[in-house]
Design a protein around this ligand. Structure first.
Ligand SMILES: [Zn+2]
Length: 324
């Protein structure tokens, strides 16, 4: 929990927040694994585009869509992928009310070529973010002038869209997963936002998911049997990767302030290093020619850091285990 202790309020509603988690759990997960990562590396010309289909947006969803559009958070993710990765196919991100049956959340189609972002989903994020801004004490690390519904919505949506982009990359490039695809999708959201944006999206997503976990209440069989980690667990993983990316900077405001437990924190620098090296390594065969030098350098750096952090963890392991 982010709001300085206390157990989550067990207030289960059938409201927006519940839908949000259910759909992240179901609808965004893709289907048959039929991505064909067979694009020629240098000849691959796929581009990510973001399309706002305004005529499909209901009046009640226009404010949230306007917040996301103005923030350009979706375009930032798209631009990074376009500059770095040669996709075998185009990827169209549709902010649209015209979605396949049953879609209420951001979803990536199984072939990784379309992401749907329903306007009502953005309104749900805005509602939960508004509640967070009003009821949850601001973590000191989060800038005061951005602790409002609109900025929290934009930042957490960037993280959530990073998750969908993780699915799209996995499907289009046929990336080899060694764990759950949903974990890898969350991992790409952390990898991209921590490296390219800063702590804002991870923090906003942690606040959003923490609020959702509170509204979900206790663990259920449905939650435990999901292909996603349970919601509260995702909060701590978002924070762990952020902390591990720069413990000198984040240990104080995240661990010292009690948001990330002291039992988890010592594992986070090595965990982040493994994630960072993992994504650079997965993407390396697909780097765009113009990005190759920069990407290879980032991968080398991540490799060296992983070796160093693994050694460092080995040295402090006895101490870490005693504390757990
Ligand atoms: Zn997903």
């Amino acid at each position: 929990m982010l709001n300085s202790g206390g157990s989550p309020a067990v207030v289960r509603t059938a409201g927006a927040a519940t839908l949000l988690v259910a759909c992240l759990a179901l609808a965004s997960c893709g289907g048959d694994g039929d991505g064909d990562g067979d694009g020629e590396r240098d000849g691959a010309q796929g581009e990510v585009t973001v399309v706002y289909q305004d005529d499909t947006v209901k009046p009640q969803d226009r404010p949230a869509v306007a917040v996301i559009r103005k923030s350009r958070v979706l375009e930032q993710v798209a631009d990074w992928v376009n500059a770095s990765v040669a996709l075998p196919h185009d990827l169209v991100v549709r902010v649209t009310g015209k979605v396949p049956p049953g879609v209420t959340d951001a979803v990536t189609q199984p072939d990784g070529r379309t992401v749907f972002v329903p306007p009502s989903f953005l309104t749900q994020i805005e509602e939960v973010s508004g509640k967070v801004a009003k009821t949850v004490k601001r973590p000191a690390l989060f800038p005061e002038d951005r602790y409002n519904a609109d900025d929290l919505t934009a930042l957490s949506t960037q993280f959530v869209f990073g998750h969908e982009m993780g699915h799209a990359l996995q499907r289009q490039l046929l990336l080899a997963n060694l764990g759950l695809e949903e974990d890898a999708a969350d991992g790409f959201a952390s990898f991209y936002t921590v490296n390219e944006v800063g702590p804002g999206p991870s923090l906003a997503a942690a606040l959003l998911f923490d609020e959702l976990a509170r509204e979900e209440g206790g663990l259920t069989l449905e939650g435990l049997s999901s292909d996603h980690p349970v919601t509260q667990q995702r909060v701590f993983t978002f924070l762990c990767y952020l902390d591990g990316s720069d413990p000198k900077r984040f240990d104080g405001p995240l661990v010292g302030a009690g948001y990330l437990p002291k039992t988890r924190a010592p594992l986070c620098p090595q965990a982040w290093s493994m994630l960072d090296y993992g994504w650079w390594t997965q993407l390396a065969p697909h780097f765009r020619t113009a990005f190759r030098d920069q990407g290879d350098e980032a991968q080398r750096h991540a490799h060296d850091r992983l070796i160093a952090e693994t050694k460092a963890l080995g040295k402090k392991l006895d101490e870490v285990r005693r504390a757990q």
